[in-house]
Design a protein around this ligand. Structure first.
Ligand SMILES: Nc1nc2c(c(=O)[nH]1)N[C@H]1C(S)=C(S)[C@@H](COP(=O)(O)O)O[C@H]1N2
Ligand SMILES: [Mo]
Length: 221
């Protein structure tokens, strides 16, 4: 499996009067940019392996595991819940960040409420994508408040390369946690490492702490 495209770079280092020096010194760094990240205005594609092409009519999302009322949604059912707009910054571990990205979708906490809520012992969210990809997130207040399932980006249906018909967006974590072609949200009693976590990426992946790779200190607290 390979990463098919390199991360983007829009040449921000030469913008403004400060140029690279100011960038290097942090002089014109946007405070919303986590350490070690660069801004891009492009929308790079990062996919391990092939891009599954899933028709909206064939897409379903299961919400199961430790929830009171596990269920499945098709696209009509998903949209019937009422899409909201989310404006968030995203940070890829390959060091590009995009600020103020706009998505439409449904908040994770609302989806879990539709499933009757998390039951006793449900401590982890495993986000499964078509083709076997997955990512793990601790089901804490941040995850509940900030994650959403998106069907649209900039008012357009998500393209296949960006995870359409629907993907998770976890803006508080490096972008590998944001599973594309989302098919299942599993509430688990225990941590189950996903695709990149098993390959040595950090289990939590907080961009503000530069939790890029697994180290001696890698436990989710
Ligand atoms: N199913 C699936 N989801 C995935 C990936 C993947 O390979 N498969 N790549 C992850 C990584 S490493 C990143 S940085 C983002 C990239 O999303 P984008 O291609 O829309 O920029 O998706 C994440 N979600
Ligand atoms: Mo990534």
């Amino acid at each position: 499996m390979t990463r098919q495209q390199p991360p983007g770079d829009d040449g921000r280092r030469s913008r403004g009067t400060g140029g690279f020096l100011a960038f290097a010194q942090g002089g014109d760094r946007d405070p919303r940019l986590p350490p070690g990240q660069r801004l891009t205005r492009k929308f790079p594609v990062l996919t391990a392996g092939d891009t599954p092409v899933i028709a909206e009519a064939d897409w379903q999302l299961a919400i199961d595991g430790l929830v009171a009322a596990p269920f499945r949604l098709d696209m009509a059912g998903f949209k019937a819940l009422g899409l909201e707009t989310f404006t968030v910054d995203i940070h890829c571990v390959t060091r590009w960040s995009r600020l103020d990205t706009r998505w439409q979708g449904i908040g994770l906490s609302r989806l879990l409420a539709e499933a009757g809520g998390v039951t006793e012992g449900g401590g982890w969210l495993i986000a499964h994508g078509a083709g076997g990809y997955s990512a793990n997130l601790k089901l804490d207040d941040d995850t509940l408040a900030r994650c959403f399932v998106a069907t649209h980006h900039d008012d357009m249906p998500l393209t296949a390369e960006h995870g359409g018909p629907a993907r998770l967006v976890a803006p508080h974590r490096y972008f590998w946690k944001s599973t594309k072609w989302l098919t299942r949200l599993e509430v688990s009693p225990c941590d189950l490492k996903g695709y990149w976590e098993r390959l040595g990426y950090h289990n939590r992946g907080d961009p503000w702490r530069q939790e890029r790779y697994r180290g001696l200190d890698d436990r989710i607290r």
